[in-house]
Design a protein around this ligand. Structure first.
Ligand code: NAD
Length: 279
């Protein structure tokens, strides 16, 4: 039976540590979140980010812009936050409404304030293994979880399912930087279970419920479930058939209570680090 990797507990530990360190600072870290439109999931995520930033003792500001915000208005806001000394971290909540292309904006955020690590300079630094100003929050949180449970990455076969710019790609790069042998799989991958069965560390980030079943997992593997899917009853679930896979895996993350809380803890850490870097 797998050991459960408790993301909630580790996240609380990280958040308490940052809160303590923040109490000793002369000026408080400032997190600015920009929310455009009315996406219900985004509204919940932003509220949670604001709450955790406030709990940590940060100054937290949410800029709520209407669904039909124009390109210039959003660029002006980003520009003014780039020039605002109190804004250490700027986060543009995704997805944006359809008429706005996120890549018209993400590269306008000052890379030294890019708390999500999505700016091309930070993505490039990650690729070069050259200290990005921020590392994307979900991959960073997953690495912290692997570290907490003393999972050996060097030399491990790591399979990452999903190739998004916010999770799959940066995660694969981070694992490669730590000397794992990394395979990326995605919606066009053939013979998926043959690949996943090779994994010492299997990370699924697709948003497809139960895509990872017991027969796809090697005995003793570490299984990390990034997926967040709300079922018809409003209950959260992940990519992994948790109840069956836990019988064969060595370690496994639950949904909720696994990767999700680690993402928020990483955001708070990133904001703190950007503030300290500036001082
Ligand atoms: P995405 O939604 O942009 O893309 C999904 C990826 O999964 C694509 O790369 C696609 O190729 C792959 N995929 C889709 N169907 C597949 C299939 N049948 N077989 C193999 N691969 C397949 O990805 P995302 O934004 O990284 O989100 C993925 C999931 O992770 C979502 O459920 C999202 O809600 C969740 N998520 C969770 C957190 C967290 O903090 N826990 C953070 C970010 C995203």
């Amino acid at each position: 039976m797998a050991q459960i990797m408790d993301g909630k507990a580790l996240s609380n530990k990280i958040l308490n540590d940052i809160k303590e360190k923040t109490r000793l600072l002369k000026t408080k870290p400032g997190l600015c979140v920009i929310l455009v439109g009315n996406n219900p999931a985004s509204q919940i995520y932003v509220k949670n980010k604001e709450k955790q930033a406030q709990n940590a003792g940060f100054n937290s500001t949410v800029y709520k812009l209407s669904e039909n915000t124009g390109k210039d208005e959003l660029l002006n806001l980003i520009n003014s936050l780039n020039n605002d000394d109190a804004a250490d971290g700027i986060l543009l909540q995704l997805p944006l409404p359809k008429h706005l292309n996120p890549y018209d904006f993400l590269d306008k955020i000052d890379p030294k304030k890019d708390v999500d690590g999505f700016h091309p300079i930070n993505a490039g630094k990650l690729m070069l293994n050259e200290n990005p100003y921020s590392i994307p929050c979900t991959p960073k949180g997953i690495l912290a979880l692997l570290d907490e449970y003393k999972i050996r990455i060097e030399g491990a076969n790591a399979v990452v399912l999903g190739r998004s710019n916010i999770v799959g790609k940066p995660l694969a790069q981070l694992l490669l930087n730590k000397n794992a042998t990394v395979t990326m799989a995605h919606s066009k991958t053939k013979n998926l279970s043959e690949i996943t069965k090779q994994a010492d560390i299997l990370i699924s980030a697709t948003g497809c419920p139960d895509i990872i079943t017991k027969d796809m997992v090697k005995e003793g593997a570490v299984v990390i479930d990034v997926g967040i899917i709300r079922d018809d009853n409003g209950k959260l679930r992940g990519d992994v058939d948790f109840n069956n896979v836990k019988e064969i895996a060595g370690f496994i993350t639950p949904v909720p209570g696994g990767v999700g809380p680690m993402t928020i803890a990483s955001l708070i850490q990133n904001t703190y680090n950007l503030h300290i870097f500036k001082e």
